[in-house]
Write a protein that binds this ligand. Sequence first.
Ligand code: AMP
Ligand code: FE
Ligand code: FE
Ligand code: ZN
Length: 283
Amino acid sequence: MIDLHTHSTCSDGTYRPADLVREAKAAGVTHLALTDHDTVEGVAEAARAAREEGIAFLPGVEISAEFQPGTLHILGYGMDAADERLRRSLSEIQRWRRERNPKIVERLRALGLEVTLEEVAARAGGDLVGRPHFAQTLLDKGYVKSRQEAFDLYLAKGRPAYVDKVRLSAEESIALVRDAGGVAVLAHPLQLKLGDGEALEAFVKSLADRGLQGVECYYRNHTEGEEARFLALAKKYGLLVTGGSDFHGANRPAIRLGTGEGRLRVPMRCWEGLVGGTEGLGD
Ligand code: AMP
Ligand code: FE
Ligand code: FE
Ligand code: ZN
């Protein structure tokens, strides 16, 4: 069982990297990648745990890039996590987040929701503090009935406590991954909000022209039909195929490691495509 998209406490998951690896092993996962948002902080710990547990491991990252109308996430696989430039760029992205968080606190307080940055940061396991930690704080303080309600009422794009953050462009995100020796992959294409037809195809083609090397065709909630359309798209533009659950632990309790929301099955060729034979792709 293969899972190439997971989050730890280093971003907005609820398992520490080593615990995530143990949890994955227990769930039957044999090949795992850790893809925290905008950080590779957890990669060394996960790699160590994977060696101990005897499962195959690939370092990863998920970079939030600038895009309208939806969300553009670029997954990176197999980068050198010690790469100086990668580290510097990721710490700059983390600084943009740190600049955003006090503004979210201000907006929530203006709405009469008494939260402090300290309370929010206490709910994050690593350097990265994000909206899921705000959602958890609002839930713990009884302002909302669920984390989802916190997004729906306050934190989601377009809601009153939403604050945008500075992001890399698509090209910069792809280059960041590739310059550190990684493979750059478009995550969960449906979240772009371009549908799964012509608009999506045109965008994927434009990303491929800018160095994209793969598409996440298998995902926690993709239907068989969506999977088939994304597989055809990847084939047409010579892109690798990847897949994963987007596991966040208790922050997204309906998602299971390896199987997502139930029907996810990531084939071995996804792993093989990432660990070998990527020469010439996307060039
Ligand atoms: P941030 O990186 O701080 O902007 O937070 C992004 C994370 O918040 C995503 O990875 C999701 O885990 C979560 N998230 C974003 N939008 C929503 C939403 N509308 N409903 C639930 N969770 C969301
Ligand atoms: Fe997340
Ligand atoms: Fe994502
Ligand atoms: Zn993710």
